[in-house]
Design a protein around this ligand. Sequence first.
Ligand code: PBG
Length: 331
Amino acid sequence: MKPTVAPFPAARLRRTRKSPAMRALTRETSLSPNDFIWPVFVMAGRDGEDPVASMPGVKRRTVDRVAAAAREAYALGIPAICIFPYTAAADRTEDCAEAWSPNNLSNQAIRAIKDAAPDMVVMTDIALDPYNINGHDGFVENGEIVNDRTVDALVKMALAQAEAGADILGPSDMMDGRIGAIRAALEGDNHQNVSILSYAAKYASAFYGPFRDAVGASSALSGDKKTYQMDPANSDEALRLVQRDLAEGADMVMIKPGMPYLDICRRVKDTFGAPTFAYQVSGEYAMIQAAAQNGWLDGDKVMIESLQAFKRAGCDGILTYFAPAAARLLG
Ligand code: PBG
C-alpha cells in the first residue's frame, strides 16, 4: 500500500501532532510493561547481590533475591522473567553435566520464582556456555563445535528446566535441529504446555560483551561463535532460520541483538506473523547507560525511545535489562 497524501495545504501533516491528546489519538503503537521479559542473573549464596561493572544498574542476585525481585517486577506489570546463571568455576566442565542437573542454579531459581510469584511467566536459556569449560554453546571436539551431540545435551537441559517448572524455554545455542528435538522430548515427557521461544535469528555479535562478563564467560571463551551464530551481513538467512524453527515447533521467535537488527524484526514479523521478540542485549544497554552517566544523553528518554522502536518494527515484546526501570516510568 502506497500512502496517499493530499497536496499542501489540503494536507498539513502537523495537524495530527498539534497537542498531546491529538498525538495520543493518532499514535500507531504503544509500549507497556506487558511488553517486557526481564533477563536476570543468578548467583550462588543467600541474601546477596553483586553489581555487574559493565552494566550499570544490573546486578547478579542470589536465588532468594531473584525471587523477591521477580515478585516486585510482576507487581510492576512485567509478565515474564528470564534466568541466566553465573556458574561457579568448578561447575564449568568439558562434559557440561551441571547444565541438566535438576538442582543447578537456574533450576533452583525457576522453583523459587514460581513460589514467590506463581503467576509470573518464567523463561530459561538453553545453551551449554554457562557450564562449558571453553565458553562455547556446544561441545567442542578437536576445535569444532559439534552439532548433534550438543542437541542431545540441550534436550536433557530442556527437560530438567521443564521439570523445574519453566513456562518458556529459550534455546539460544543456534545448533541445527534442536527445536524439533526439544519439542518431541517435551511432548514425550508430559510437558505439552511448555512453550519454546527460539533464538532463531541470533547473530555473532560483539554487543554481547557485557553479558559474557555478567555470567563469567568472557575469559573462558576460546575463539568466536561464528560457526553457529549468524553473520551480521545476512538478512535472508534469518528468514530461513525462523521458518525452520517455526516448522519444528517453536511457539515464538527471537531476533538478537535488537536495535542494530530492527530491519530483521520487521521482515520476520511481516513474513510469518508469529509472536516475535527482540533481545535488547547487554551491549545496547551498556551504551545507553554509559552515555547517560556521562550526561551525554537523557537516559530515561532514550530508554523509552529505544523500546518503542521495537514495537514500531513489529515486535510483540522485548527482552530488556531496562524492564523494571521502564515499567516504573510507564506507570
Ligand atoms: C549464550 C547467550 C548469550 C546471550 C544470551 N544467551 C551470549 C552469547 O551468545 O555469547 C547474550 C545476551 C546479552 O548480551 O544481553 N547462550
